[in-house]
Ligand binder design. Sequence first.
Ligand SMILES: [Zn+2]
Length: 234
Amino acid sequence: MSIMNDVTVTCPSCEAQITVTAVESVNADRRPDLRDEIIAGTFQVQQCGDCEAEFLLDPQFNYLDMGRGQWFSIQPLSLLGDWLALEDEAIATFDLAYGEQASPQAREIGDSLSPRLVFGWAALREKLLIGEAGLDDATVELTKLAMIRGLPGAPLRAGTEMRLLNVSPETGDMAFEWQDNLTGETVETLIAPRSLYDSILEAPDAWAQMRAVLEDRVFCDVQKLYIGEGRAAG
Ligand SMILES: [Zn+2]
């Protein structure tokens, strides 16, 4: 089932206190329309009753798609710095619902799910596109790394995101967009040929160390290489 709750938020335009319906949990097997809305970027768009401005609610919910073997804990991008603690939280939530602490029936479902922690709408949309194209998410992240390595001065750093825009149904080529998180502006758009993704799968030894970093626990995203350990020193 998909769960929605009324919450009070501050309108980012006029700062009025308004009540909106926030999603707490999405079941994409039962509500494929919600999955479509996330991909289209229309999910959880709210309109302020006072000034009529439209804005996107920060995501904070769980997502299940048994058909594609996907389970996500989604957090707002603003909490990216807390990724280590939020990994603990996501793993605990998953264990309770589908893992070690769940019923045998639920564990059976859990066996076919890959739990992931994602930050923000663009990262979630990317994971949905990966699931739709039948790709492996860690290999897509390695594809990003392979592209970055070939580009001196690539703008990937803390505060920017490289996100999958689409996968060509004909060629399997992947279009990526670099975004500045602060301004939301596109820094650059790049195409990765499908052969690059395939070459990573064909050379497992060369990528083993980096893959292990990405597949450690549930935050599978090259961002973790750029934002540090997630815990401030001292
Ligand atoms: Zn407003």
